[in-house]
Ligand binder design. Structure first.
Ligand code: HEC
Ligand code: HEC
Ligand code: HEC
Ligand code: HEC
Ligand code: HEC
Ligand code: HEC
Ligand code: HEC
Ligand code: HEC
Length: 497
């Protein structure tokens, strides 16, 4: 250990990598030491961190800001963190007893995976809200739901032929981590320590299963859920990044979750593409009409928006469902938003872990009621009214909710046909106790609700219609799957013994 420190200090004072510490705010002794080495070990990390506000500001300066301009929400922050920049040690040595990956690193108890609970020391409100966002539950919502796991196996499972029949075996850990769980997030596990040779000699590091992963619902080594870095990538943590749609594109790009493609093809997306270069993506609060003239994903779903006089148009929320009356992502129908972000608890009338029955009846005990829906509708519409008149917004909303009804009706018909095919024995589904998603005809049914009904609804919600609701991935394809299912159901009925 002493040898490594000597090597490191030698590098700092005499070595070619010697880098002057240039942060605008004073650094803690510990962070100074981290940087002395890491400026040469991981220069990308140090440079990126320097570009952000964590390097530029102390907590005490940040706390002095006015309510709507202040970028930290915690009020009681430990004194030792208050007079220094938020440096390497301030994040990577927080709450050392809580992290399974804490390891002795050059005299400090460091952990690699800085979790939402760590950020909460200064950003308490964001963490508490995010915990009630579906995203923070994205791991369990998929992994612990028997039906969704069958869907998972039918998509990423290893295919094999058994007696000329195609079947799927569950995928291994590596495949899962880079397929479904690259967005939903993995479960991290501590797998002991290992010794590695480094530029500064031999060092000991933790081995972490399921890592790397920046999925939104990652299960962390302190038991917390999520990765703030999904939208605030390290180490710049720039608000500009979170406000630009490219950040969300990584996961919301379809064809099952097509928000980004639809946004890019919408008028709002067009305005962003043509004029976004002139907008201010760093101002807090974000002034509608002055800082930007058309919304990005963040503006409609998250941002604190205000007018020129500082009057709040919409408060910021990391609990994004504050502005979502519906769940337009079909499972298999669109439905009122779930009451809780943990959807594992939902049971439909048939006792299955789905928010609607296969006939389309919502599992109402687990979903929000009409009053709460209206409150959230108002919250989203307040955003629109920053730039549109009430009649524009109401006209848009009537078409959108009409499309929810129309697409649900198409899915009801296709599901009725699918059920006839199952009953005929031409395909084997839930009643037979097997995977309802893995046969050819079942895939046609799945495409209907998962791709085309979804695209049609997303286009209605976020673009006022357009091609993703018609020919690009919408009503045309949905009706074609319906025709296929009708032919298959008819054939199954004729062939029935
Ligand atoms: C004596 C030099 C030295 C000092 C001082 C130092 N580090 Fe490191 N650190 C390293 C080296 C070398 C690595 C290994 C890089 C690699 O794996 O390529 C490393 C790796 C890490 C890792 C990644 C571990 C992993 O397994 O992925 C983190 C996190 C880290 N350091 C944080 C810190 C923090 C925080 C401080 C200050 C409290 C600090 N380091 C001080 C040299 C140092
Ligand atoms: C799904 C994307 C997403 C995730 C995940 C996310 N954020 Fe954010 N965050 C945003 C967006 C978008 C903004 C910009 C809000 C605005 O414009 O007012 C933001 C803004 C912020 C800000 C700036 C607040 C201010 O007053 O300027 C902080 C701090 C923050 N987030 C912390 C966190 C923390 C901590 C986590 C993890 C618990 C987290 N965020 C997770 C999207 C996200
Ligand atoms: C605001 C908190 C914060 C600060 C400040 C911070 N980090 Fe990190 N660091 C993180 C987060 C979050 C991650 C991502 C861990 C994960 O989710 O996998 C991370 C990851 C890392 C990793 C592993 C990344 C990789 O790609 O292998 C290293 C090494 C690291 N940090 C070093 C540093 C150093 C050096 C500094 C100071 C220049 C620093 N960190 C400052 C929060 C921070
Ligand atoms: C020790 C306190 C502290 C911790 C821990 C901390 N932050 Fe910060 N954060 C700050 C301060 C101070 C600012 C700058 C406030 C300002 O500019 O007024 C800031 C600003 C931000 C911003 C806004 C940046 C911008 O460009 O406007 C984001 C986003 C953010 N932090 C995310 C995170 C995330 C994610 C974590 C955990 C990985 C984290 N912070 C951990 C204190 C902290
Ligand atoms: C590219 C990123 C990404 C990948 C890869 C991904 N998903 Fe998702 N998933 C999402 C997003 C985004 C949502 C939320 C959509 C919405 O709410 O509109 C979601 C939501 C879900 C839900 C709803 C869960 C609930 O109860 O809230 C299920 C089920 C699901 N995905 C299954 C899967 C399966 C199975 C796989 C792998 C075959 C997979 N996903 C791969 C991004 C992804
Ligand atoms: C790393 C992947 C990832 C990124 C990046 C990401 N999301 Fe998500 N998002 C998901 C997944 C997965 C879900 C679904 C979780 C579930 O259903 O369990 C989701 C769900 C949502 C929901 C539904 C939330 C709710 O509570 O109903 C909204 C809205 C959303 N995302 C918007 C955004 C926005 C806006 C951004 C960018 C600022 C973004 N997401 C960035 C993966 C991501
Ligand atoms: C003009 C405002 C606006 C913009 C811009 C916007 N959205 Fe939306 N978004 C909406 C509306 C309205 C809904 C439907 C509300 C509901 O589901 O109750 C919605 C629904 C969603 C949903 C489905 C939530 C669910 O529970 O099924 C996701 C996910 C989503 N948006 C992500 C994004 C992403 C990612 C972007 C950027 C690429 C984006 N949105 C851009 C207004 C917007
Ligand atoms: C920051 C300002 C801003 C916000 C907020 C905003 N819009 Fe827009 N929107 C615009 C502008 C500007 C246009 C372009 C109008 C034109 O073509 O003359 C537009 C166009 C549209 C269009 C396209 C109409 C067409 O036929 O091309 C729809 C639909 C729309 N907005 C709906 C909404 C909805 C719904 C919301 C809220 C969920 C919303 N907008 C929020 C600025 C905004």
């Amino acid at each position: 250990m002493r040898y490594q420190l000597v090597v490191c200090l030698a590098m700092v004072f005499f070595g070619p990598w010697s880098v002057a510490v240039q942060a605008a705010a004073p650094l803690s002794e510990a962070t100074r030491e981290c940087i002395d080495c890491h400026a040469s070990v991981t220069p990308g990390i140090v440079g990126d961190w320097r570009s952000g506000r964590h390097a530029a500001m102390t907590v005490a300066t940040a706390l002095a800001g006015q309510q709507n301009t202040r970028r930290i929400s915690a009020t009681a922050i430990p004194a030792r963190l208050s007079k220094v920049a938020v440096g390497c040690a301030e994040c990577h040595t927080l709450r050392p007893g809580r992290h399974a990956d804490t390891f002795e690193h050059n005299g400090y108890d460091v952990h690699v995976v800085v979790s939402p609970r760590d950020c909460a020391v200064c950003h308490a409100k964001e963490d508490a809200q995010y915990a009630q966002n579906l995203m923070s539950h994205a791991y369990g919502n998929l992994h612990d739901n028997t039906l969704y796991r069958q869907l998972q196996v039918s998509v990423i499972g290893a295919a094999q032929l058994e007696n000329r029949v195609l079947t799927f075996r569950p995928a291994g850990e590596k495949t899962r981590a880079e397929a479904c769980y690259s967005c939903h997030g993995t479960r991290l596990t501590f797998q002991g320590l290992e010794t590695r040779e480094t530029d500064a000699g031999e060092m000991i590091f933790p081995k972490i299963g399921g890592w790397p992963s920046q999925g939104v619902g990652r299960i962390n080594l302190d038991g917390s859920r999520g990765a703030c870095t999904a939208c605030h990538p390290r180490h710049g943590f720039a608000i500009e990044m979170a406000r630009k749609p490219a950040t969300c594109r990584q996961c919301h790009v379809g064809p099952d979750v097509p928000a980004f493609k639809i946004y890019a093809a919408s008028k709002h997306g067009g305005l962003y593409a043509a004029l976004g270069g002139h907008w201010d993506f760093t101002a807090v609060p974000w002034i509608v009409g002055r800082d930007f003239s058309a919304p990005t994903c963040a503006a409609c779903h998250v941002s604190l928006l205000a007018d020129d006089d500082g009057e709040v148009i919409a408060p910021r929320t990391h609990r994004m469902n504050d502005r979502l009356p519906w769940r337009i992502y079909g499972l298999v129908y669109a439905h009122p938003h779930p009451k809780k972000a943990d959807t594992r608890i939902i049971r439909n009338r048939e006792g299955r872990p789905l928010p609607t029955s296969l006939g389309g009846e919502p599992a109402s005990a687990f979903l929000i009621g009409a009053l709460q829906q209206e409150k959230r509708r108002q919250a989203m519409q307040a955003v629109c009214r920053g730039c549109h008149s009430t009649s524009w917004v109401n006209g848009h909303w009537k078409r959108f909710e009409n499309t929810i009804g129309q697409t649900n009706a198409s899915i009801k018909l296709s599901t009725t046909l699918m059920q006839r095919i199952w009953r005929s024995g031409a395909a084997h589904g839930l009643a037979a106790g097997v995977n309802p998603f893995d046969e050819a005809v079942e895939k046609a049914w799945t495409e209907g609700w998962l791709f085309f009904a979804n695209s049609t609804r997303f286009a209605a919600a976020m673009a006022g219609g357009g091609d993703y609701g018609v020919f690009a991935n919408g009503r045309f394809q949905l009706s074609r799957r319906l025709s296929e299912l009708a032919v298959r159901a008819d054939a199954a009925a004729r062939c029935k013994p």
